[in-house]
Design a protein around this ligand. Sequence first.
Ligand code: FAD
Length: 415
Amino acid sequence: MSQTELFASPSVPPTPDRQAGLERLKAFTPLMGRRYAAQRNFDFGAEDRTNISVLSAHVRHRLVLESELAQAALSAHGLQAAEKFIQEVCWRTYWKGWLELRPSRWSEYRSELSQALSALGEDDALRRRYDAAQEGRTGLECFDAWVGELRTTGYLHNHARMWFASIWIYTLDLPWVLGADLFLRHLIDGDPASNTLGWRWVGGLQTVGKTYLARASNIEKYTGGRFTPEAGALAQDAPPLDAALEHPAPQTLAAGQAPDPDAPALIWLHEEDLHPESWAVDELDVRAVAYQAQPLARGDLALGECAARFTQQALIDGAQRAGAYFGRIAQAAADIDAVIDTARSVGAKHVVTQRPAVGPGQDQMAEYRAALARADLTLIEMRRPWDAAFHPHATKGFFKFKSAIPSVFDQLHLN
Ligand SMILES: Cc1cc2nc3c(=O)[nH]c(=O)nc-3n(C[C@H](O)[C@H](O)[C@H](O)COP(=O)(O)OP(=O)(O)OC[C@H]3O[C@@H](n4cnc5c(N)ncnc54)[C@H](O)[C@@H]3O)c2cc1C
């Protein structure tokens, strides 16, 4: 790979298909070692994303898999030199596992969000502050620029997400759930676990004694001087939003189900997992493939344009590959009735899918489960070995979780 190719910045938003994700993975692999650890915190702006992978949206929809990122980093650099990159990939897995074990945190977020949206109709001052923030009219140059970047690219650097959330909560004095909702609807990688728990962490709702305060000097340093906010323009302290922090006890994880190779099956593809080639279902009698026709809503307000476009095209890419892989034309299904009709038309008895994570995907699946049972169709929700091996370790903090990485990698034969 030439120097120019090695340090080429990816386009943002990236192309929403597996091929583009794999190309970016290949280009970024040589940079996943110590260079990543040293440089990843710098936000050089949307035109220069050479120091980070920008693969989160592909990973979010499983166009590219966590295991593929981890394997690439291990093969090129080894566990020690790629430790930081691998840990970041595992942060994603940790948040997802943590929420799987405590799904009530998602329902709480949803009801707190409904209340905050209702409050906007009753409190004019709050509404004005919210509108100025979400439209990028606060007068804080860095914050307004990040709102523009979020809306036009669907992506923000991790450090910018932390500064943004901190300023939203502590400087602009806005409810955290409204900021989390703005992110979730606009980010192309919008993820119920990483996003909800990332916002909770900034506001001191996730880790006892931890909040995140955005400091002017830190913003100036890590944006390479692109932004130089006045220190006095930002909040000076970040008290936890709720001092009495007690998490619900972890619940038992649902085990993955195994499809019956003798039962005619319909493959159901949704936006949470768009790599059916690795579902290990080669022995199944696949009679049809159906895929989710539209991106799922991520809240009561509209999905951002970039997020909607990315998800829609990712679904089409997944459907085309699934069609080629199973030798069946994938049918777009607007709702569960369409899935049931397709299954019946080909004599399928099983609807085989990957269990969606806690969030809008799991909320929808709860309805689908009931409708399929009424139609006398068996729903098989598989779980990927990566999730099944990692999620049980997300019972406490990340420190404990990360100590399990080497043994889980052994279990998954990653080396
Ligand atoms: C308030 C807040 C909200 C966030 N919301 C989301 C979200 O909705 N969806 C989302 O995918 N990430 C979210 N993140 C995590 C993180 O910012 C992004 O995953 C990361 O910026 C993606 O860029 P990248 O692919 O270049 O990451 P890289 O630095 O190249 O990291 C490689 C991969 O590791 C994972 N990763 C990296 N950092 C984190 C992290 N801190 N937490 C979890 N996973 C991580 C991502 O899958 C990423 O693709 C949020 C962080 C904060 C602070």
